[in-house]
Design a protein around this ligand. Structure first.
Ligand SMILES: Nc1ncnc2c1ncn2[C@@H]1O[C@H](COP(=O)(O)OP(=O)(O)OP(=O)(O)O)[C@@H](O)[C@H]1O
Ligand SMILES: [Mg+2]
Length: 413
């Protein structure tokens, strides 16, 4: 069990225009659970599939381990096209895939060791080899002392460790995790995610993580597909997808997870406490860092105080925003705001006396994009590009007063 290098790049799972339609039955109409999905999961990566309930995530993973078969297109797993395979051949494909579940699915009558041994018994391993393998697996997942207890005596996090050990027993090349942390508290979730990262990095196993939680993707996924209504609506490097979300559904995930931008109510309170110019600046790997921001302000002779914000990590890279109060000579503050625009995304919120609207502010009644039909629609003269995408004021910026700022789309959209 030695550490492996960065993920390799060949696809281990390929969907090509893959669909799964559940036919109409009785009064229930037909359901296009997976609708023309094309994507590659690369060997050695942690790939996330995120989407709200009913998006088709579980159906998509069930196509990978052939618990469901496509009604159109193809799915190729580890070089084998699953389309039209015999049940015997499908069993062979399934043997190379481990799976863990939200509800753990442990056998309550068996001990921890008995649960982990189960797939080895099915595969016909002799008793002694089984015993050694089970001990090795329980040590790897950190519950070597729980071999003889029953699942009912374990915490949720420990149960999922058993689930992971069992899924790894026959040395699969792929591990599928369907909402594997959704029944766990945040701290336990992070422990289990850290274990999944070890499974990936130390054992070289490709991990596909299905989740409706942005934090899960943020913590461990190299790449991500965002699913909605059976389709993949965004796909790519997790950092790119979440630092520049293009679809309303993706913006919703970012907005609920980061909370780094002041809401309308918070902004009101900030203005009551701070009479200076309030600006929100983006912080990410390429567009800026707090050191860069500090330097710009120092050069302009402007004082900056952080009054709100948050910087976190997406795919192990920095991401977030800081809201600052800038105090100084009015021309110097204007110059500083212009200079900041040269290094990062800036939202100018004006001053208490001359407030400017944040076109993508998280306002009363919920975050931008909470209703998909309104997100992205022109609002008070502004085109909302995204909660995490500040854009620039086409009017030339400055505290002109009133909600006149226009936020523009990036050229690449
Ligand atoms: N066996 C089935 N027969 C009919 N419809 C199904 C079947 N399985 C899933 N569906 C439907 O397909 C759609 C996608 O379901 P799926 O379970 O893949 O979504 P999901 O993204 O995993 O949702 P959740 O987050 O709630 O688990 C839903 O509308 C669901 O009702
Ligand atoms: Mg599901």
């Amino acid at each position: 069990m030695s550490a492996t290098a960065a993920p390799t790049t060949g696809p281990i799972i390929s969907f090509r225009d893959a669909s799964k339609v559940f036919p109409a039955r009785g009064r229930r109409p037909e359901v296009r659970a997976v609708d023309g999905v094309t994507l590659d999961v690369r060997a050695g990566e942690i790939f996330g599939v995120i989407g709200y309930s009913g998006a088709g995530k579980s159906t998509l993973v069930r196509l990978i381990n052939a618990l469901e078969t496509t009604t159109g297109g193809s799915v190729v797993v580890d070089g084998t096209d699953l389309t039209g395979l015999s049940e015997a051949r499908l069993r062979g494909v399934r043997a190379g895939i481990g799976m863990i579940f939200q509800q753990f699915n442990l056998l309550s009558a068996r001990t921890v060791a008995g649960n982990v041994a189960y797939p080895l018994e099915v595969a016909g391993w002799p008793r002694e080899k089984r015993r050694a393998r089970v001990a090795e697996l329980l040590d790897f997942v950190g519950i070597g002392d729980k071999a003889d207890v029953h699942p009912a005596q374990l915490s949720g996090g420990q149960k999922q460790r058993v689930g992971i050990a069992r899924a790894l027993a026959t040395s699969p090349r792929i591990l599928l995790a369907d909402e594997a942390t959704s029944a766990l508290d945040p701290e336990t979730t992070q422990d289990v995610l850290a274990l999944l990262r070890r499974v990936n990095r130390e054992l070289g196993i490709t991990v596909v993580v299905i989740t409706h939680e942005m934090d899960v993707v943020r913590s461990i996924c190299d790449r991500v597909a965002v699913m909605e209504h059976g389709k993949v609506v965004e796909l790519g490097d997790a950092y790119q997808v979440f630092s520049r979300p293009k679809q309303p559904v993706t913006r919703r995930f970012v907005a609920t997870a980061l909370k780094d931008r002041p809401s309308a109510e918070v902004l009101e309170r900030l203005r009551a406490r701070h009479s200076g110019r309030i600006v929100t600046v983006g912080v990410d790997e390429v567009a800026g860092s707090s050191a860069v921001i500090t330097r710009v302000l120092r050069e302009r002779g402007v004082d900056g105080t952080v009054v709100f914000g948050g910087i976190t990590e997406v795919a192990e890279r920095p991401y977030g925003s800081l809201t600052l109060e800038l105090v100084g000579d009015a021309a110097a503050v204007d110059g500083a705001v212009a200079a900041l625009r040269g290094v990062t995304d800036v939202v100018d919120l004006g001053t208490a006396a001359r407030p400017l609207e944040d076109p993508s502010v998280v306002r009363r009644g919920g975050p931008v994009g909470a209703e998909e039909d309104t997100a992205g629609a022109p609002r008070r003269g502004a085109r909302v590009v995204g909660v995490a995408d500040y854009g620039t004021f086409a009017s030339g910026g400055g505290p002109a007063g009133g909600p006149t700022g226009m936020i523009e789309e990036d050229g690449d959209r």
